[in-house]
Design a protein around this ligand. Structure first.
Ligand SMILES: Nc1ncnc2c1ncn2[C@@H]1O[C@H](COP(=O)(O)OP(=O)(O)OP(=O)(O)O)[C@@H](O)[C@H]1O
Ligand SMILES: [Mg+2]
Length: 252
């Protein structure tokens, strides 16, 4: 049996009368980028909150690397390598780049003092080697507040990768980004894959997801309405199917 980094089997989630997720089967392979698509209220955020341990499913099973995990909590999910990159709010705008990268998980020397030089050096290495940052405006000591939206997302992704996230979750990362910034973000997301990690990329817009995702999962009203390998389906065909899902809740 192929082992997935993450697998949800038959997961349902209700909030009182509201059934937000119904019998969800979801898999994330190694080195795979999955696009999670769906309209407002489809259940995308609820699914992510189950994966990050924020919500417990009402029923169903969760496996990490083939091991069943009961009672997943936020710290446990983090320990298992799940990191979520939220929009800009995740960064301290008035702080320097290196402080943002190491915020809350600062490196210390053997005397227990902050090892500022090492954090600056690591930041420089990550920026140039992992992320291909070329702008002169971006240095370990520059303030994050003046970066473009795409660069800020890049910083958040670098942070996740540095702390050895195996599964990076991007929740609507293109929101508020320009076309150029979105293109940059896409190349950052590709660097997740090059680093041998996996990602879940959530978006309303199929155009943002299509080029970066290996597989696309479409949620509709709490159910998986369809699943496609992007290499096997053209963009126009996929868009047609999305319209059909929105109208009928199913692909058939
Ligand atoms: N904590 C909660 N209590 C009650 N209902 C909830 C809760 N969280 C989500 N829901 C309901 O579950 C359904 C799915 O919501 P969810 O936030 O997962 O959708 P979404 O796909 O992320 O939508 P959007 O694209 O608007 O962010 C909605 O009907 C929502 O009202
Ligand atoms: Mg949402």
């Amino acid at each position: 049996m192929e082992e997935y980094r993450l697998e949800l089997r038959n997961v349902s989630k209700s909030f009182g009368e509201v059934q937000s997720l119904q019998n969800i089967d979801f898999k994330l392979g190694r080195n795979e980028i999955v696009g999670l698509l769906g309209d407002n209220g489809a259940g995308k955020s609820t699914l992510i909150k189950i994966i990050t341990g924020y919500h417990q499913p009402t029923s169903g099973e969760i496996f990490f690397n083939g091991q069943k995990v009961d009672h997943l909590t936020v710290p446990k999910a983090r320990e298992l390598g799940v990191e979520t990159v939220y929009q800009e709010r995740a960064l301290a705008e008035l702080q320097t780049l290196w402080r943002n990268i190491f915020l809350g998980r600062e490196l210390c020397n053997s005397f227990g003092f902050l090892d500022i030089q090492r954090m600056r050096d690591e930041t420089h290495r990550l920026m140039t080697q992992s992320m291909g940052f070329t702008s002169h405006a971006v240095s370990p000591d520059s303030k994050v507040g003046k970066y473009s939206g795409g660069e800020k997302q890049g910083v958040a992704i670098v942070r996740a990768l540095f702390f050895n996230a195996d599964i990076v979750i991007l929740d609507e990362p293109t929101m508020g980004l320009s076309l150029k910034e979105t293109a940059k973000l896409v190349s950052f997301v590709n660097s997740i894959k090059e680093a041998g990690k996996s990602a879940i990329f959530i978006d309303h817009n199929i155009l943002h997801v299509y080029n970066v995702a290996d597989r696309v999962v479409v949620l509709d009203r709490g159910k998986v309405a369809g699943e496609f390998m992007t290499q096997h389906i053209g963009l126009t065909e996929l868009m047609d199917k999305m319209v059909r899902v929105a109208e009928t809740g199913s692909l058939n």
